[in-house]
Ligand binder design. Structure first.
Ligand code: G
Ligand code: G
Ligand code: NA
Ligand code: MN
Length: 253
């Protein structure tokens, strides 16, 4: 209850901060986007990671105002990159199932995009495979509505939930994100086979495939050999403050 009250105040007091983890195109080596990851800079507790407060925000419903703030902040960053002359940059935000189920979520998202003058395909919404498969019929309906706006949609932590392949084909998504657990040791036969299978599945469904949690040169080489499209991970960069992301993107890395 205390954390709930504090979270509420934290949102109002602008103690929430977004970090942006760059995503790199594996063919060109260029930064083509970033994933927004929220942190709480609490005056009492220091920097608190999302694993500590997102579950509570989901239980209490605070994920709705917090999620709205995350989307608006990501749009403000996209606008500021556009002002700096950066074209074709995609920022992804994580969505909880509870946000997807909100009434008028699509209308409010459309208004936020308009307000910040953001091309809808510059924003990507990530939903985990397990949240989608929790109620796939409902998720399909919600994703279809979101897709009418023209935003990009991705399935996060792919390979850890129980995907029905028939649903995977029906979901109007653009990207699958290979869960970082498979990258852990791509030298091990099992993980290499799974990673290659996910890349092939994604490409056969005409989806982009991104690997997350890339930490080593060996993992990077494996992904390039198997024609994965993008990667993110500590090997390239952790999540960065907005100004550091901007300078990295503008210096043309
Ligand atoms: O940044 P990382 O450390 O520790 O993130 C942990 C988890 O928190 C990840 O599963 C990530 O998807 C989730 N997360 C980060 N930011 C957000 C957010 O803005 N909204 C939601 N729903 N989840 C987030
Ligand atoms: O669940 P989601 O995929 O949104 O999680 C993103 C989380 O992964 C964040 O907590 C982020 O800090 C973490 N992360 C990002 N890059 C790496 C990495 O290279 N290795 C590990 N172990 N975690 C990473
Ligand atoms: Na994510
Ligand atoms: Mn993930």
């Amino acid at each position: 209850l205390l954390l709930e009250a504090n979270l509420n105040r934290a949102i109002r007091n602008r103690e929430m901060v977004l970090g942006y983890q760059p995503k790199v195109d594996l063919r060109t080596g260029r930064i083509v986007g970033a994933e927004a990851l929220v942190r709480w800079h609490s005056p009492e507790r220091g920097v608190v990671g999302p694993d500590k407060f997102i579950p509570i925000a989901e239980q209490t419903g605070l994920i709705v105002p917090l999620g709205d703030w995350v989307i608006a902040e990501a749009c403000a960053t996209l606008r500021s990159l556009a002002e700096l002359g950066v074209g074709q940059f995609v920022i992804s935000v994580n969505l909880s199932a509870r946000q997807l189920r909100q009434r008028h979520f699509v209308e409010r998202l459309a208004a936020t995009l308009r307000e910040h003058r953001i091309a809808p395909n510059a924003l990507e919404l990530e939903v985990t495979e397990s949240q989608l498969m929790d109620n796939p019929a409902e998720a399909l309906e919600a994703l279809a509505q979101l897709k009418t706006l023209g935003v990009r949609l991705s399935i996060d932590d792919f390979g850890t939930g129980y995907s029905s392949l028939s649903y995977l084909q029906k979901f109007p998504v653009d990207v699958i994100k290979i869960d970082r657990s498979f990258l852990g040791d791509v030298a091990s036969d099992g993980n290499a086979v799974i990673t290659r299978a996910i890349i092939a599945l994604g490409h056969n469904l005409k989806l982009e495939v991104i690997a997350e949690g890339v930490e080593t040169r060996e993992q990077l080489a494996f992904l390039q050999d198997h024609e994965c499209d993008q990667m993110q991970g500590y090997y390239f960069s952790p999540a960065l403050p907005q100004d550091r992301l901007s300078s990295m993107v503008c210096s043309g890395v």
